[in-house]
Design a protein around this ligand. Sequence first.
Ligand code: PEP
Ligand code: MN
Length: 351
Amino acid sequence: MIIVMKPGAARADIERVVERVHKAGLQTHLSAGEDRTVIGVIGHNPYSVKDAFTHDASVADVIRITKPYKLSGREFRPRDTIVELPFGIRIGGGGVAVMAGPCSVENEAMLIETANAVRDAGGHILRGGAFKPRTSPYAFQGLGRAGLAHLARAREVTGLPVITEVMTPSEVECVSDAADVVQIGARNMQNFDLLREVGRQPKPVMLKRGLSSTIEEWLLSAEYILAQGNYNVLLCERGIRTFDTATRNTLDIAAVPLLRELTHLPIVVDPSHATGKWSLVAATARAAVAAGADAVMVEVHPRPDEALSDGPQSLTPANFAALVPQLAAVAEAVGRRLLPPVAAPATATAS
Ligand code: PEP
Ligand code: MN
């Protein structure tokens, strides 16, 4: 349920309404728009206070939200959420951001080599997994905390903010300290303890769609994070399981405009995990931007044939450099624009 305050309602009016809701044992989440504040009422039975404001002159309306997800829906927050990252990077609100980097952080030298190539080609955010959710327990599991240190170094050298995955609640703190965006992988989309934990830390969270998840399940998972007070959530479509095994997954491109209707949260598309094949990545990345994605995330490796994970779907730096201007052209064709390139830090020396 949402309580829509009248335009120009005073702070004291809002506080009075909030207090009344809390007295009923319910939680509130405020969305302050340009002219009016919306109070989201969350709890087991929000309708217990539905008639509590019929005589309150500062309340414009009390509206039932029929969707099971509340805070992530457009009814609660009609305007697009813009997630602000360091170095002036904003995801959502019209610009298109490019995240790129290796599947796994393999060592510091390869990470910095890749990061420099990503930055020089116009990428905005460096990706790289330190904690890796591998299907096989015998596959490379990632460098863990050492990988986080390499990411911190790459960030310093290149001036790119970094995104990396966290797999367990006990590691949220160290990942949050190192990362600009904390990633929840597809396999953990419904790890509710983990979702609650990243909802309680301050960094934005990118929530990947589960391997076989419906849009509603996905938005309910986002809701776990928002309900803890972290509203900076990005949704990443990375392909889903279908009957067809010709590609690693099936990219649900319609999810992009559908999410745009249903939610205010920024939308990211990962064509690398969606296709599993590098030769399909450029076309699906262009499609993602054409469909309205706020960002794309692609895997880039300086020597894909030697990659410790996901080499077959990784672009070379040259392929990535060719893709960025294509994404810029598509963005422009649909009335958007690629974010400006990130400047190298003044102190950075060639590496
Ligand atoms: C990743 O982005 O590193 C990853 C493991 O992807 P997903 O969770 O989408 O499989
Ligand atoms: Mn990967």
